[in-house]
Design a protein around this ligand. Structure first.
Ligand SMILES: [Zn+2]
Length: 294
């Protein structure tokens, strides 16, 4: 018995050696390629403000040639939502879009936009169209310099659409060979809101164009603690056609709504908000993809 006992350490040593060899072989096999390393890094974050320059450079050189930027606003969103609402929703949708496009990074969200018609309410900060235009021009020039070949701006705040559309046109002319795109399909966005509302049994008037059920649900999904549910109250629920839109831009939001809300947030839910965000991102991708296929 004693004879066998003294063999045991030797057997254990052999097992240890074999385990080490297996581990080394496995290590060789699984050694990540530079591309895989970049992909793994991108799984952690595609937000450039959270990355360092060497990782961003490697990502661009490895094929992450698209960059997505949300253009939000800092403006009143009724008594129940924070002023960052458009910027926060845009920021989230831009990340979803970048991930869906693949091989795309996200640049810091532009979180102030054109909100002059909201200035009667405290906390709103508004840029002039020419200021936003210059910001978009400078963003584009910086991003092109780093090697991005496709730049996608996602405004998601109605007031920004026209300026983004013009700035994208100018940027495309200034940077031939670079695909500069802006999602500026306002009608498409309104149609999506109508479809979404109908799918969940919410009326278009409740879903609303500003701080109604639609935006409130999305903010409940993203920043639940900042949503003041005890202040949910209906805002303007009437017809919102060309005349009302004109009145709103010329006289400001108070001409239509005393509390700053277009819609009614009372049926909002975080679960529906998550679905809205995902559908919104899918919609934006479907609208900007044909250009990339060229
Ligand atoms: Zn908004």
């Amino acid at each position: 018995m004693k004879k066998y006992l003294c063999v045991i350490p030797f057997v254990l040593f052999l097992c240890f050696l074999m385990a080490c060899r297996d581990k080394a072989a496995k290590g060789d096999q699984e050694k990540p390629t530079p591309q895989a390393k970049v992909e793994a890094q991108a799984m952690k974050t595609i937000r450039m403000e959270k990355m360092n320059w060497p990782d961003i450079k490697t990502a661009i050189e490895s094929g992450f040639k698209t960059v997505v930027i949300a253009v939000g606003s800092t403006e009143q969103h009724g008594p129940h939502l924070p002023t960052m609402t458009d910027a926060r929703i845009g920021d989230d949708v831009a990340e979803r879009v970048a991930r869906k496009l693949g091989h795309a990074l996200q640049a810091r969200t532009i979180d102030v936009g054109l909100s002059e018609h909201h200035l009667a309410f405290a906390g709103t900060i508004s840029l002039k169209p020419e200021t936003l235009s210059l910001i978009l021009r400078d963003y584009t020039a910086s991003l092109v310099r780093h090697g991005f070949t496709r730049i996608v701006f996602i405004p998601l705040h109605g007031g920004n659409f026209e300026t983004v559309r013009q700035a994208v046109e100018e940027a495309s002319q200034a940077h031939p060979g670079i695909d500069v795109t802006g999602f500026t399909d306002m009608q498409g966005l309104l149609d999506l809101l109508k479809r979404n509302a109908a799918d969940y049994g919410i009326s278009v008037e409740e879903a609303g164009g500003h701080a109604g059920e639609y935006e409130t649900s999305m903010m409940m999904a993203l920043e639940g603690r900042l949503v003041a549910a005890d202040r949910f109250a209906p805002g303007y629920l009437g017809l919102f056609g060309e005349a009302e839109r004109k009145l709103m831009f010329e006289k400001g939001m108070p001409a239509l709504t005393a509390n700053g809300v277009l819609g009614d947030p009372r049926k909002a839910s975080a679960e529906r908000g998550e679905a809205y965000l995902e559908q919104l991102a899918d919609f934006v991708v479907s609208k900007i993809e044909p250009k990339t296929a060229d």
